[in-house]
Design a protein. Structure first.
Length: 252
């Protein structure tokens, strides 16, 4: 039976059979047989394919051994679980950023703890100047999701917190325009802080601020899937977000 899931994943990712073959270093005819004849590749090729297509390996092939292995890999991606964000070591995020060589992604509503941190600003500038791609996603202060989150946390001032954070970031908009800021209007279930293949995922819990909610410290493993699930969420939010305007900062 043809593997339509693999075919669909290739199309969704904008890749051809040749592209995938080159990426994972196999013959294109081999990839074609995986699709048209439903041949099941070696496990190392299964994981390499899943990583190239940014999907969980079990999405492409049904195999109890694969499912068990993928579950184990996902567990292995969890380095540490902190019951509250305020228990995360104060220097961990800075260390992660310092190690970044390719990208830094931040997905929050306000992230005021970072917007008030001069050391973090310095790190962003240094990393940007060294060629690291930096994307900061914050909540649109006028959107319903932001207003709702403020109510859920019990303070009703989330929009003001965002504008304060944007005001603090304002010098970066002009001095380092390559640092990309966008505003989103999505309902966030996690704040996500990514530096290359390392991540802090701060869950959102009804009735308490994010600083009191649990945090997962993750390291990406090919075929694991957990890290990529959060990373894909950042990418999808980025694609639907919009640039920051002066009105967003001042409210005027």
């Amino acid at each position: 039976m043809p593997n339509e899931r693999l075919r669909s994943a290739l199309l969704a990712h904008g890749m051809t059979v040749q592209d995938l073959a080159d990426k994972i270093k196999v013959n294109p005819k081999t990839v074609e047989r995986w699709i048209t004849q439903g041949k099941v590749p070696y496990r190392r090729h299964q994981y390499a394919t899943a990583a190239a297509l940014k999907v969980d390996v079990t999405t492409l092939w049904e195999d109890s051994r694969i499912q068990d292995s993928a579950a184990d890999l996902s567990k292995a991606e969890i380095t540490t679980v902190y019951p509250h964000r305020h228990l995360v070591p104060s220097g961990l995020w800075h260390e992660m950023c310092e190690r970044a060589k390719e990208r830094i992604d931040i997905l929050v509503y306000a992230g005021i703890n970072l917007a008030e941190d001069p050391l973090f600003f310095s790190t962003l500038k240094e990393k940007s100047e060294s060629g690291v791609r930096i994307r900061v996603l914050m909540g649109d202060p006028a959107c319903e999701a932001v207003i709702r989150r403020g109510i859920d946390e019990g303070h009703r001032v989330m929009d003001s917190k965002i504008r304060n954070a944007l005001l603090n970031y304002r010098p970066l908009f002009t001095s380092h325009p390559e640092i990309a800021f966008r505003l989103h209007d999505t309902v966030l279930y996690n704040s996500i802080y990514r530096a290359d293949d390392e991540m802090l995922a701060n869950t959102h819990v009804y009735g308490i601020g994010a600083y009191m909610a649990p945090v997962l410290h993750l390291r990406r493993l090919p075929g694991g899937g957990l890290f990529d699930t959060f990373a894909n969420s950042v990418q999808q939010t980025w694609e639907g977000a919009r640039p920051v305007t002066e009105h967003d900062i001042t409210g005027a």
